[in-house]
Design a protein around this ligand. Structure first.
Ligand code: C3B
Length: 805
């Protein structure tokens, strides 16, 4: 859109006055933010309405991305950028003597997700709008987002995230679009006079699902898509028997986000949440479709529904229910439509994260859905037992072992199933979904994750963005593949120095931020070594920690090395004891290192509390090293690896997830690979001959490091140190930390050496930035659009670089 600085100043003053009856000089940052957000929203309103009208008029096929998590990050700056008015607005604010960054920072960061999965969903929303695809989100409006993390005496404590305290200016309550979701009770099936089945519900708990819509603004294209977040409310005419307790139970449904993404705890409230937003979404999609169509016959040509992990997998039986019970479509036709509409992404191979529900709980809470799942199960068995045998079908039918098995249900009810990086997609076929792959090989495919360079470079890394503009022009902002032009400057000494200067500037900024937030002074000339992601044993923050302890001991012995600053950001699930113990030990090590004048000139450790999207925007631009060190075969893809690469950090990585694709993109010389491969680890599993103690016994460095966990050298970790020590030695080190220790150290030593050659380092950083464009989520959603959803996007062409599994 077009907006001059002068126009903006007038409109902004006007908005502020209308809202607060005061001149802008008197307003707080929060008030200025509210005024600016509302003004921005007023700019979005028309294109939002127009986009919707155009989709309806042209009967565009629409994608509905169902996800129990969305992590959009702060929206003000991103909306201004995508509207194409960020520069004008910032110039206007400055002319008014205001600080744009201060105002942007007043926005709450909606933590409606745990980590990678939720962030991916939001990246896809931004990308779909930006490539002009009709893509809608469907999720939950959690009143409290992911807990805020604080450290007390080095221990993680969790505080509530009351993110809506000041309201959420980007949402629009659409009570005219509310639907009713039914739980519990029992169902009676009765043939009606017209010959249809009549489904009569008795004694159900009805919940009103009220949608709140959030605009998803496309980049410079006038497209504004919709993210619909559902809130649970008591039904309007609930009647006199409706107790406070019932009301409370309803409110609970959308009160909090489950803070654990690594373990399926099988809690009824979680099941309620899943059915709640899934049913509400399906009902509203069908209702909208039926406003302009008098049968459901063409539904699958107009609607694609994506199941982001299994949490919304009940979309399958729910659509069947609506088609049969409400629309009177027969089973076979309903199943044909459902299969064509549904597609499913798997995000993890970890068995503890794969969802199963006890049949008793499931059938009690969702009796009609359970009947439909039973029928899906019955027909699946009928169709495939003859060819594949009872034993195999028993293993993979939707119902088995007294459980509803969501990944199997999702696979059986979708026409496409994908993993999120080539290795992961291969392992799905080989292990977790192997039997289903035998039956439905054509459904399986890979769609490597992506990120949005708009947020990570254009907004998060302004110094780099400006340097790029100067050197290669601005085309990369529209099409990130244009970053490849950078290769032309690989021998341009001046440019390489500029690149290093940009990094140095970002590091000084981060150092300031660290000082402000945790009151720790860090040396901006140190190597900034970053590991930012959820805390989980398989991600092996512990390996990083053991590396730090080894450095500590080496420095104590008198070894000199380039100074390294280790930066961690990670939340642990509140119930994940081992992960919390690792946090405690890390904080203790940080203190120990800091208070030792022999060591602190060479080594520093900072664990920043409350890592999230906004903090990532500050850390990533300043990173020199990106630690992606999961046990090979465990990290489905990873996405911080892509973000850090695009900021020119060198990746220190195992051959896992999308690290493999990063390696293929930049070449072996521009990434630091170490550790066991997935095949080698599978070999250990098969033979059953991994003995972690052997590594401890034969490697004196490892021996010394592990002993530090229990010999009292690190103050205050008696319990935690012992537990970790035992996990690694007595319980045989489930994640092969000890096996990879030596090669991890060697890789780190190579990086230390390389850092002594700033120009060579800059060349490698350049290649990483240059090749990061392929990981733009714009390309990812286009591949989904072409190969899974069958919608035809209009803008920038994909280079087809995805590797099929
Ligand atoms: C994550 C995986 O752990 C990451 O490897 C992956 O990059 C992202 O999903 C996105 O695909 N993941 C998650 O954040 N939460 C889960 N429950 C499962 C996977």
């Amino acid at each position: 859109m077009a907006l001059t600085k002068e126009q903006f100043i007038t409109e902004f003053k006007d908005m502020a006055l209308k809202l607060y009856a005061a001149p802008i000089e008197d307003l707080s940052s929060q008030q200025l933010y509210q005024a600016l957000a509302l003004l921005t929203r007023s700019y979005i309103a028309q294109p939002w309405a127009d986009t919707k009208e155009r989709y309806d008029e042209e009967e565009t096929k629409q994608v509905f991305y169902f996800s129990i998590e969305f992590l959009p990050g702060r929206l003000l700056q991103s909306n201004l950028l995508n509207l194409g008015i960020l520069d004008e607005v910032e110039a206007g604010l400055e002319e008014l003597d205001l600080h744009p960054q201060k105002i942007f920072a007043a926005e709450a960061d909606p933590g409606l997700g745990n980590g990678g999965l939720g962030r991916l969903a939001s990246a896809f929303m931004d990308a779909m709008a930006s490539v002009g695809m009709a893509g809608n989100g469907n999720g939950i409006r959690y009143q409290y987002g992911l807990f805020k993390q604080a450290f007390v005496n080095g221990y993680q404590v969790e505080l509530p995230d009351d993110w809506m305290r000041n309201g959420f200016p980007w949402e629009t309550r659409k009570e005219n679009r509310a639907v009713t979701v039914k739980f519990g009770g029992w169902v009676e099936l009765r043939p009606s006079r017209s010959g249809h089945l009549r489904v009569i519900y008795h004694n159900t708990d009805d919940v009103l699902a009220v949608p709140y819509d959030v605009a998803m603004v496309g980049y410079h294209n006038g497209v504004v898509n919709n993210l619909r977040l559902w809130s649970a409310e008591a039904p309007i005419n609930a009647g006199p028997h409706f107790t406070l307790e019932q009301r409370e139970r309803i409110n609970q449904i959308t009160q909090i986000l489950y803070p654990d993404d690594s373990d399926n705890a099988g809690k009824e409230l979680r099941l309620r949440q899943e059915y709640f937003f899934t049913s509400a979404g399906i009902q509203s999609i069908v209702r909208h479709y039926r406003r302009t169509h008098n049968s459901m016959a063409g539904f699958a040509d107009r609607v694609a529904i994506h199941i982001n992990d299994t949490h919304p997998a009940m979309a399958i039986p729910e659509l069947m229910r609506v088609l049969m019970d409400d629309e009177h479509v027969g089973w076979d036709e309903a199943w044909r439509i459902t299969l064509k509409v549904m597609s499913y992404t798997n995000h993890t191979l970890l068995s503890e994260a794969l969802e199963v529900w006890p049949i008793d709980m499931f059938s009690g809470l969702l009796p009609r859905i359970y009947q439909i799942v039973q029928e899906i199960d019955r027909r699946f068995r009928l169709a495939f037992v003859p060819q594949f045998g009872q034993a195999m079908i028993d293993r993979i039918a939707p119902l088995g072992n007294g459980q509803v098995r969501m990944a199997y249900l999702a696979t059986i009810g979708s026409h496409a199933v994908n993993g999120v990086a080539p290795l992961h997609s291969e392992l799905l076929k080989k292990d977790v979904l192997h039997d289903l792959f035998q039956i439905f090989p054509e459904r399986f495919n890979n769609k490597t994750n992506g990120i949005t360079p708009r947020r990570w470079i254009q907004i998060g890394d302004r110094p780099l963005a400006h340097l790029l503009d100067k050197k290669i022009g601005t085309a990369w902002r529209q099409n990130p593949l244009a970053l490849r032009k950078l290769h032309d400057y690989i021998d341009d000494t001046r440019f390489l120095a500029d690149l290093n200067a940009t990094k140095a500037e970002n590091k000084r900024e981060l150092a300031k931020y660290i000082d402000q937030t945790v009151h720790v002074k860090v040396d901006p000339d140190a190597i900034f070594d970053v590991q930012i992601k959820r805390l989980h044993a398989y991600k092996r923050q512990l390996l990083h920690l053991l590396g730090i302890l080894d450095a500590y001991l080496a420095i104590k012995r008198g070894e000199k090395r380039p100074k390294r600053l280790h930066i961690f950001g990670a939340k642990a699930a509140p119930s994940y004891v081992y992960a919390k113990e690792i946090i405690k030990v890390m904080n203790a090590v940080a203190d120990m290192v800091d208070s030792d004048p022999e060591v602190s000139p060479y080594l520093q450790v900072v664990f920043l509390p409350n890592y999230g999207v906004s903090m990532a925007e500050k850390i990533i631009p300043a990173a020199d090293i990106s630690e992606q060190i999961s046990t090979a075969g465990k990290e489905a893809s990873g996405t911080s690896n892509m973000k850090l690469m695009s900021a020119g950090a060198l990746t220190l990585a195992t051959l896992d997830g999308a690290n493999i694709e990063i390696k293929n993109a930049v070449g072996d010389d521009n990434i630091e690979i170490f550790g066991l491969t997935e095949k080698e680890i599978a070999g250990y599993y098969q033979r059953g001959d991994y003995r972690s103690r052997d590594f401890y016994e034969k490697d004196p460095r490892l021996h010394a490091v592990l002993d530090m966990l229990v010999n009292g050298k690190i103050p205050g970790i008696e319990t935690e140190g012992r537990d970790i020590y035992n996990a690694l030695l007595m319980y045989n080190d489930e994640y092969f930390v000890l096996a990879d220790f030596e090669s991890y150290l060697a890789a780190n030593a190579r990086l230390d050496k390389l850092y002594q050659q700033p120009e060579l380092w800059a060349k490698k950083a350049l290649v990483n930035i240059a090749e990061s464009g392929r990981f733009s989520a714009d390309f990812t959603v286009q591949r989904y659009g072409r190969e899974i959803w069958h919608v035809i996007p209009q803008t920038p062409e994909d280079d087809g670089s995805d590797t099929e599994a």
